[in-house]
Design a protein around this ligand. Sequence first.
Ligand code: BJW
Length: 248
Amino acid sequence: MVPLDHGQLSVAKHVVAGAKRLTVLTGAGISAESGIPTFRGPDGYWRGHSPEELASMDGFLKNPQLVWEWYLERRRTIRSCQPNPGHDALAFLDSRKEFCGVVTQNVDGLHKLAGSQNLIEIHGNIWLTQCISCPYKVDESQSPITFRLNCPECDSLLRPGVVWFGEELPSGGWQQANEWVKDSELLIVVGTSAVVYPAANLIPIARDAGSYIIEVNISNTPASSTADICLYGKAAEILPLLVDMKAP
Ligand code: BJW
């Protein structure tokens, strides 16, 4: 891991403190310190599977049981995890009037649990279960984790309420995310490999709108060359340093 540059950190703190409008884009790396594996990389969720097998409608229709087993296993992991100081620092930003919000690619619900209210979960939420044919949709975040394949209303297949490859992002959330980013003078990009679109497009959209960009990651990503400052390290350690949680 590239070491954290403390000079860059103090410049970044100054930028965050003075930003008139700011938005944060997060990915799986922010939940790593909570104990939730990321997707890509040697210990990632995709290890041993192809993304299309587990996170696409085609893969689901071929083997719904396998896909559900993967999601139930992830629900079990997530239920045993808590938000970390990185989530807490971002939730604190809600108290700043200049804050637009957090746009997260994560489906784990930890931002919400940390108290973030200005939040868009652009890839959905793993605790939602919905029917592929009818409007049936339930939040199972407080329910026992059990396997249910068929819709109680129409007997069609139930699926997790997340966005798979080849599926459009919920349009309301995506539009709001674009507006926040275009309206911001600072975008903080945290713990994402920045390879999944259209989420990764928020970074050039911010750049084209003249925004300052701070990246927080344990390693370089395709976004690093676009960022004004890259802070290398764990999000759970860097974000509490970046956000002054004592400021009114
Ligand atoms: C740390 C850390 C620590 C670790 N601290 N950091 C343009 C170009 C090319 C392809 C496309 C394109 N436009 C669309 C596509 C296709 C596709 C796509 O992007 N493919 C690329 C992968 C090639 N996109 C789609 O299909 C999207 N839909 C779409 O475009 O629809 C168009 C359409 C139009 C009209 C009709 C129909 C369709 C949908 C994408 C949905 C992605 N879904 C997933 C699964 C969600 C459900 C689930 O969770 O199971 O979302 S894929 C997976 O990747 C998940 C994540 O949200 C997403 C991003 O991953 P993330 O968060 O970046 O995690 P990692 O693991 O990749 O990275 C972790 C990072 O953290 C690393 O950088 C580490 O270094 C770092 N890190 N520890 C700080 N402690």
